[in-house]
Design a binder for this molecule. Structure first.
Ligand code: FDA
Length: 394
């Protein structure tokens, strides 16, 4: 018996943030679109995002908040589909939201509202979604893409890779985007875990005793610095500031942490003049959590009162506290990474349409592409914007 082949205008592989947006936009433009999703339910990463409240965008998003081999690539899509556009959609669905901090917008209720909204927009635009389907093969001939799953065979002149990155494999994440890219001869920038906790070993493993302690810091790798909270964990370092720098960190690099943002290196010397009988530990406890203050004072070797300690030593201590050098021995890997740095090379794609330059009709969007946002709603904004750009071009 000959297999029945469904004919469509576009097939979107992956029913996550980018794929659903793309299908909705293309459907509205009259395209017959099918989304093929491997998991039983679409949008699983949206559901767990933002602690269940989905940090769905960041009002300050510009290309400067993204990491890519080509820092200009994301500009076109981000400029054309802006945070305000997604906020308008959220408002039209009556979803209440609030700005938490640093331009990060979260649902007041639940991330489920964002998934339901996207599913409704896709359905309303005539698009279809099939779930629980493993892609068993993709072929391309005579300008048409043929996609086979265990249940069906579909064909279309356009295929959109929206299968995300390999972060959090237990959520169903796969490296399929890269396999498909390679199948079609597209280069892939080496994927690395990003927005991921860093691990400490050797002498620094002692910091693990501070597990659970958090404090406001400036963390930096090379010239990139973030002022947010850092958290000591039983394996090393985490918290927003560390997650942010992890996306830039490479093996062998140091992470500098300023434990006293805004203080200059002489602050202990100045304190000695005004309160010579105080101990450095007591002073540090005014500005840092107790356990951290004690651990840092011990490590620097600050004991006795300020009056007992030479100015030179106090100045060095101030410098060290403002520029503590950690040498992570790794990350917690894709199992714990919120996103992936790297992916399908932007050199292969049109920044306007996300279409592969060398393979007309093939598109790649979202996390599958070598564009990775900072922590704080930037990754969803890229998923919406790149999905919109491809949806407008299909
Ligand atoms: P996404 O991963 O969303 O979707 C890909 C889809 O493809 C999945 O549904 C997957 O099952 C499917 N798939 C995979 N392989 C397939 C195959 N072979 N065939 C068919 N389907 C396949 N970002 C942000 O901006 N704000 C936030 O609050 C958070 N919070 C957050 C928390 C956690 C725990 C994680 C892990 C990540 C975040 N993120 C985030 C990042 C954000 O979730 C991520 O950047 C986007 O979901 C990427 O959207 P995509 O559509 O590209 O991939």
């Amino acid at each position: 018996m000959r297999e029945r082949i469904e004919s469509l205008d576009a097939v979107v592989l992956g029913g996550g943030a980018a794929g659903l947006m793309c299908a909705a936009v293309a459907g509205k433009r009259g395209q017959r679109v099918l989304v093929i999703e491997r998991a039983e339910k679409p949008g699983r990463k949206i559901l767990i995002s933002g602690g269940g409240r989905c940090n769905f965008t960041n009002i300050h998003a510009t290309a400067a908040n993204y990491i890519s081999a080509n820092p200009h690539f994301a500009k076109s899509a981000l400029n054309r589909y802006r945070p305000e556009n997604f906020m308008a959609l959220v408002d039209a669905y009556g979803i209440a939201w609030h700005e938490k901090t640093l331009g990060q917008l979260f649902c007041d209720g639940s991330a489920r509202q964002i998934v339901d909204m996207l599913l409704d927009v896709v359905a309303g635009s005539g698009g279809s979604i099939v779930t629980g389907q493993d892609v068993t093969g993709v072929s391309h001939a005579d300008g048409r893409f043929r996609v086979s799953t265990q249940d069906r065979v579909v064909e279309a002149p356009a295929l959109v890779i929206a299968t995300g990155g390999p972060s959090i494999p237990r959520m169903g994440a796969t490296g399929q985007a890269y396999d498909l890219a390679r199948q079609f001869g597209l280069k892939v920038v080496e994927p690395r875990p990003a927005l991921v906790p860093l691990t400490l070993g050797g002498e620094e493993a002692l910091f693990r005793d501070l597990s659970g302690v958090a404090t406001d810091v400036v963390a930096s790798v090379g010239k990139v610095a973030f002022r947010e909270a850092a958290l000591f964990t039983h394996r090393g370092l985490s918290g927003p500031a560390i997650l942010q720098v992890s996306s830039y960190w490479r093996h062998g690099q140091r992470v500098a942490v300023d434990f006293l943002p805004g203080s200059d290196a002489d602050w202990l010397v100045e304190a000695k003049r005004s309160a010579p009988k105080r101990t450095p530990n007591a002073l540090l406890r005014e500005r840092l959590p107790d356990r951290l203050a004690t651990a840092l004072a011990d490590r620097i070797g600050l004991s006795g009162t300020l009056a007992d300690i030479p100015d030179r030593h106090l100045r060095e201590a101030g410098q060290r506290l403002g520029n503590w050098q950690f040498a992570p021995n790794g990350t917690e890997g894709f199992a714990k990474a919120e996103v992936t740095v790297g992916g399908i090379s932007t050199a292969e794609l049109s920044s306007k349409t996300m279409e592969a330059r060398r393979v007309p009709g093939l598109y790649a969007i979202g996390e599958a592409v070598d564009v990775t946002g900072w922590l704080g709603g930037y990754n969803f904004q890229w998923a919406w914007a790149s999905g919109w750009a491809a949806g407008m071009a299909l």
